[in-house]
Design a protein around this ligand. Structure first.
Ligand SMILES: Nc1ncnc2c1ncn2[C@@H]1O[C@H](COP(=O)(O)OP(=O)(O)OP(=O)(O)O)[C@@H](O)[C@H]1O
Ligand SMILES: [Mg+2]
Length: 271
């Protein structure tokens, strides 16, 4: 069964103002921006997909819909067997909190909170809202958060605050936080946009490892070199899905990282 099934997804934004080439004029000064014009898209468990396309093509609009942060103007979205378009706002929020793990370009960690506490946060929300036994005790929450931090290789840093961590380590904490609820998939919006080459390769390597262990990942990126680390690339243009290709020879980010480190060390020794 598909984890994600989008059928004929449309998203129109109605706004005041002058029409441009992308908008269609309606009565008065209201214009309608057609950000998504009927997108069909399915994803299976275990996929690693990049979403590409020029600026304004509808990537963020699509991510907002996939992440249940926004509802489409038309079409249907079935997530893990649940028809989201028919769900009320409570169910919609529940789906968002339990089924989706978010990773952002700017990490979005709480600065006065340790790595461990940042990762525990989604579990508090789950307890308050749904009182699930599995995460209801402080020790159970701590254990789940520790396991997630171990999975991203940060077992030694659990008591560090974000300011005491490198950018790559902060993004690892954010990835642990995204995984702690065992979501149906992880949505990452340009997750390495704020990182240097080495850290970018580390984070791509981590996503590849998580994906090899069965995690489903969907990532927006502008960089073809990063899309080459995923298994499938979909491309949007003017609100339509114009291409959907499998990556046949997926690059290995950790191999590329090892090579990059070699070159880097050689360069500094040469000096
Ligand atoms: N809240 C909004 N109100 C009106 N128009 C919007 C809104 N959000 C997005 N749009 C328009 O919808 C279209 C798609 O925008 P979107 O943000 O999805 O593009 P994108 O592919 O993410 O671009 P980028 O690569 O620059 O982030 C654009 O024409 C944009 O101007
Ligand atoms: Mg965007």
């Amino acid at each position: 069964m598909s984890v994600i099934e989008l059928r004929g997804i449309k998203r129109e934004y109605r706004m005041e103002g002058k029409p441009s080439s992308k908008t269609k004029k309606t009565s008065g000064s209201v214009v309608v921006v057609r950000a998504l014009r009927g997108v069909d898209f399915c994803a299976e468990a275990g996929e690693f997909i990049s979403v590409m396309g020029p600026s304004g093509s509808g990537k963020s609009t699509l991510m907002n819909i996939l992440g249940c942060l926004d509802k489409p103007s038309g079409g249907t979205y079935n997530l893990d067997g649940i028809e989201t378009s028919k769900s009320d706002s409570d169910t919609f929020a529940y789906i968002r909190n339990r089924k989706i793990g978010f990773v952002f370009q700017s990490f979005n960690l709480l600065s006065r909170t340790t790595a461990l506490e940042n990762v525990e946060l989604p579990l508090f929300y789950r307890r308050r809202k749904h009182d699930e036994k599995k995460s209801s005790s402080a020790s159970a929450r701590k254990e789940l958060a520790m396991t997630a931090l171990k999975e991203v290789g940060l077992a030694e840093r659990i008591d560090h605050f974000p300011s005491q961590l490198s950018g790559g380590q902060q993004q690892r904490v954010a990835i642990a936080r995204a995984m702690v609820n065992d979501p149906a998939f992880i949505l990452a919006d340009e997750p390495t946009g704020n990182l240097d080459t080495g850290m970018t390769l580390e984070i791509m390597g981590l996503f590849q490892q998580l994906n090899d262990r069965g995690k489903t990942v969907i990532m927006v990126t502008h960089e073809p070199e990063l899309a080459a680390y995923t298994k499938r690339i979909i491309t949007l243009r003017d609100g339509e899905l114009v291409s959907d290709v499998q990556v046949h020879e997926r690059r290995n980010a950790l191999d590329d990282l090892a090579q990059w480190k070699k070159d880097h060390v050689l360069l500094s020794e040469d000096k």
